[in-house]
Design a protein around this ligand. Structure first.
Ligand SMILES: Cc1cc2nc3c(=O)[nH]c(=O)nc-3n(C[C@H](O)[C@H](O)[C@H](O)COP(=O)(O)OP(=O)(O)OC[C@H]3O[C@@H](n4cnc5c(N)ncnc54)[C@H](O)[C@@H]3O)c2cc1C
Length: 438
């Protein structure tokens, strides 16, 4: 039996794209639940320049995530801003290896006629915030910061400090605190939860680029010795001539890249990417993000769960961070709904552990996909070059393996009992090649 001595059933610390999505799932599944989101940044409908969820980046959302956003009634407001990805083209600069996968060959049913969609983060933020408001059932404490967490018997106490001076700080008592405060999670640190970090020594430089040929709804992943470059179709339907660039640069070259004139920068992009999109003509302001793989050593404790970047921050090469987090949130919501039905404490450790047990295979597979992709393709050692080109050519020649691989990328493969064969094959071969080199 649950005590009723709570202000909220669930408090979410961090109202970025993951915190807001989770809040919507929770109240949709459990309408009687009292849910509050505490968000440090003032809610704004203008994109922040850089550094929070709703900045000038674009996000590739998989068809699986779109189905979830649709179920949350967020998708109708987003659909008109979204650019369909109908084909994914993966290639290796200077080599023959290349594979192309399109919605027409997909094994999974894609009712929306696309493998995924590209959204400006600013649009995603606006739609999520509007949907949260629309429910009328989620309390937004904002701008406010969670500054302290105290675990109690069958409860968590959360100290919230409000930005406005006239509002004092407040202590909230909840059944469960969900920490969704991002990759640099101050709360994770405060809780003494360590992280396993693999620093890639790379930065993602992002910008929007105009090109002379239409993108035709193709998302490109191009691998180079210095790291991958992605170009995601952005706007204008099939005939659109703009793409969102995510360009991985080694730490040592970051400042030089940022200091380039627009003209020189476009020339370098052209040289790296080639002419599949014609000539690059214009580039927006460039921003950059340090890249690492960071995995929290604990994701659940009694009365506490970590989600989103606070739980796992992945290399963006395969566009998986948000998509994985959305699936985590759906699985967590299902576990909590079961506990709610049984009228048991939502923060109970067995409930949270059951969630993690169900979701860990997906987390592992997706993490390996992002990490393996970057490690394998950011490397100019000969055995690995050969291997990845064989891998890409093999994918092109083996439709079944190709379908498995892209299903995982598009958030469709997570129900499979095993890691898909190709991923395991590539990872094993990579390890063998590395061993052979030592
Ligand atoms: C360059 C780049 C490209 C990417 N592209 C893709 C892609 O194409 N597809 C994809 O699926 N993923 C992509 N990702 C990953 C995706 O952006 C992240 O998975 C996502 O932003 C995680 O959101 P979050 O809500 O967990 O964290 P954040 O976006 O960091 O949000 C955390 C929020 O918590 C708030 N906060 C912090 N501390 C506190 C506190 N103490 N109290 C209250 N509030 C607090 C912050 O203000 C912030 O709003 C990309 C990432 C990068 C860097």
């Amino acid at each position: 039996m649950v005590s009723t001595n709570y202000q909220y059933d669930i408090v979410i610390a961090g109202g970025g794209m993951v915190g807001l999505s989770l809040a919507l799932m929770l109240v949709q599944e459990m309408p009687a639940l009292q849910v509050a989101i505490v968000e440090r940044a003032a809610v704004t409908h203008q994109p922040a320049v850089t550094g929070n969820s709703f900045d000038s980046r674009s996000t590739a959302v998989s068809a699986g995530s779109v189905e979830l956003l649709d179920a949350l009634e967020v998708w109708p407001a987003l659909a008109r801003h979204a650019t369909a990805i109908r084909t994914v083209d993966v290639s290796d600069r200077g080599h023959l290896g290349r594979t192309r996968y399109s919605v027409a060959n997909a094994r999974a049913q894609h009712t929306l006629g696309a493998l995924g969609f590209v959204l400006d983060n600013a649009h995603l933020g606006q739609a999520l915030l509007a949907a949260v408001k629309q429910t009328g059932r989620i309390t937004q404490l904002c701008p406010a910061t969670v500054t302290a967490i105290a675990p109690k018997a069958q409860a968590t106490e959360i100290t919230v400090e409000f930005e406005q001076e006239q509002q004092a700080s407040q202590t909230l008592r909840a059944q469960l605190l969900i920490v969704a405060d991002g990759a640099e999670s101050g709360l994770r640190k405060q809780l003494g939860i360590g992280v396993d970090i693999n620093d890639y020594g790379q930065h993602a430089v992002i910008a929007n680029v105009h090109h002379s040929e239409p993108h035709k709804c193709v998302a490109y992943e191009r691998f180079t010795e210095q790291g991958p470059m992605a170009l995601l179709p952005r706007g204008g339907g099939e005939r659109g001539c703009q793409s969102a660039l995510v360009w991985t640069r080694p730490e040592s070259q970051l400042q030089t890249t940022l200091a380039l004139s627009d003209e020189d920068c476009l020339a370098q992009i052209q040289n790296t990417f080639g002419y599949r999109l014609g000539s690059f003509q214009k580039i927006s302001t460039r921003h950059h993000y340090p890249l690492k793989l960071s995995l929290a050593k604990e994701q659940v404790r009694s009365g506490l769960a970590l989600v989103g970047n606070a739980a796992h921050f992945l290399h963006p090469v395969a566009g998986q961070g948000f998509n994985l987090a959305v699936r985590d949130c759906a699985q967590l919501t299902a576990a909590l709904a079961e506990a709610h039905k049984q009228n048991t404490w939502l923060g109970s450790l067995p409930t949270l552990q059951a969630y993690l047990a169900k979701q860990s295979r997906d987390q592992f597979a997706t993490t390996m996909l992002s990490h393996g992709f970057n490690s394998l393709f950011s490397n100019n050692r000969k055995p690995l070059q050969l291997l990845r080109n064989l891998g890409l050519l093999g994918l092109q020649a083996a439709p079944a393996a190709q379908k498995d691989f892209f299903d995982q990328m598009m958030g469709r493969g997570m129900a499979r009992a095993e890691l898909n064969l190709l991923q395991r094959y590539l990872l094993r071969k990579q390890a063998q090649a590395e061993l052979a080199e030592v």
